[in-house]
Design a protein around this ligand. Structure first.
Ligand code: S3P
Length: 432
């Protein structure tokens, strides 16, 4: 990624309406299942982020034909190959995308050939033992780099079902095992220590698979046939989080987001913002392929602080950076605990948040599993490093709106990993 920086000026409030590109988590899953389904899948409002482009590119390397239009609806049409993909002639390049590598590994583990999966520098540092262990138990042979890091070389085929309890709460790993379960003889069962996003389960059902859920356990029987779907991907709630938090910074804000994902396993952010004093209403709730979608109106208030711990830390794993970035402006600050997973995301997000908040003049306590950020602090503009992490770039663009003076975000183009249009949309919504 070439260097790029963006300068953000302070704002008076956030106002207007916006519709978000398709959710990244859902786009990945729909695209992967479409490739192993029968028939054509047509997806409107597919994610515009580079991560989902990586997934599509990998599917092409696996012999899947698809075409995207560059129109306003961002339609992608994928020709399903039935369950069997084509032996790739090249390694699958997962780019920056942990979701691509982990979930696609579940699918290629079911294929009778060898697949190599590679990633960029950040992805090459991320832990893969969490998928290597269950997939190996199911019968795949996997060679990884030192410390169970990418690249991965997976010899797939002849899988058997597994009864697996995830040691860490991870929806990527849950989906990986369930996708592999489609190719395994018998019933695969995955139990998670606490609930994580359930898009994998909902997508499997949308494509016609039968799965059963009991508490935190999900089961799937191998050999089921999937069929293509026509769907509109709901707007990405984790991208919307930046605008929701930005709106929360100013009492005068008034922001409307329609077609937004409202899946309860993702929407904890709305409860937290309401607790923090942001005024939020949700209307026009409807279900699309099992996913809840609605229109959200956000108006600012006096921002209070809160604590995020336990199950909330897993539920808010992608939103903690932006909550932390607005925390200094709250009445009594933010405490985050039980969030060690943040250290193995696209960057070490605990360290990145602490360093950038300090650069803006804030006091912050960094802990092994979280952060403590006192409230009622004034921040000043500064030079911010995105650490090549999309969510860090966007989180600090939001903090910059209430800082004194301008803020320069270095490597701001990292935002394109999930939301290429972020900076132009923020500029349109921010009243100055
Ligand atoms: C994702 C799950 C989360 C999240 C990531 C997307 C998914 O990761 O951070 O951005 O689509 O399943 P983990 O499963 O590693 O927690």
């Amino acid at each position: 990624m070439h260097d790029s920086s963006i300068t953000i000026q302070p704002a008076k409030n956030i106002a207007g309406s916006v519709r978000l590109p398709g959710d990244k988590s859902i786009s990945h899953r729909y695209a992967m299942l479409a490739a192993i389904a029968d028939g054509i899948t047509r997806l409107e409002n597919f994610s515009t982020g580079m991560d989902c482009a990586s997934t599509l590119q990998c599917l092409r390397t696996l012999g899947t034909e698809w075409k995207g239009d560059d129109g306003p609806d961002n339609v992608v049409e994928i020709h399903g190959r039935g369950p069997m993909l084509e032996k790739p002639k090249l390694p699958l390049d997962c780019g920056n995308s942990g979701s691509t590598m982990r979930m696609l590994s579940g699918i290629v583990a079911g294929q009778n050939f060898i697949t190599e999966l590679v990633g960029d520098e950040s992805l090459s540092r991320r832990p893969m033992a969490r998928i290597i262990k269950p997939l190996t138990t199911m019968g795949a042979k996997i060679v990884a780099s030192e410390g169970d890091r990418p690249p991965l070389r997976i010899s797939g085929g002849n899988l058997k079902a597994v009864d697996y309890r995830l040691p860490v709460a991870s929806a990527q790993v849950k989906s990986c095992v369930l996708f592999a379960g489609l190719f395994a003889a018998g019933e695969t069962r995955v139990e998670e220590p606490m609930p994580t996003r359930d898009h994998g389960e909902l997508a499997l059902r949308a494509f016609g698979a039968e799965i059963t859920k009991r508490g935190n356990a999900t089961s799937i029987t191998g050999g089921q046939k999937l069929h293509g779907i026509q769907a509109r991907v709901p707007g990405d709630l984790s991208s919307a989080a930046f605008f929701l938090c930005a709106a929360g910074l100013f009492p005068e804000s008034n922001l409307i987001i329609d077609n937004l994902l409202m899946n309860p396993t993702r929407a904890r952010l709305l409860d937290i913002l309401i607790q923090m004093g942001v005024r939020i209403s949700v209307t026009e709730l409807q279900e699309q392929h099992g996913e809840l979608v609605g229109t959200v109106q956000v108006r600012g208030g006096e921002l209070r602080g809160t604590t995020i711990a336990g199950v909330d830390s897993a539920a808010l794993v992608d939103e903690i950076p932006v909550l932390a970035a607005v925390a200094p402006f709250s009445e009594n600050g933010l405490e985050v605990r039980d969030a060690k997973e943040l250290r193995v995301k696209e960057s070490d997000r605990i360290a990145a948040v602490a360093e950038n908040l300090r650069a803006m003049g804030a006091e912050v306590e960094e802990r092994e599993d979280g952060l403590k950020i006192p409230g009622r602090q004034n921040l000043h503009g500064a030079e911010i490093d995105s650490f090549g992490d999309h969510r860090i770039a966007m989180a600090f663009a939001v903090a910059a709106l209430r800082a004194q003076g301008e803020t320069r975000i270095v490597h701001a183009d990292a935002a394109a990993i999930s939301y290429p249009q972020f900076f132009s949309t923020l500029d349109r919504l921010a009243e100055r």
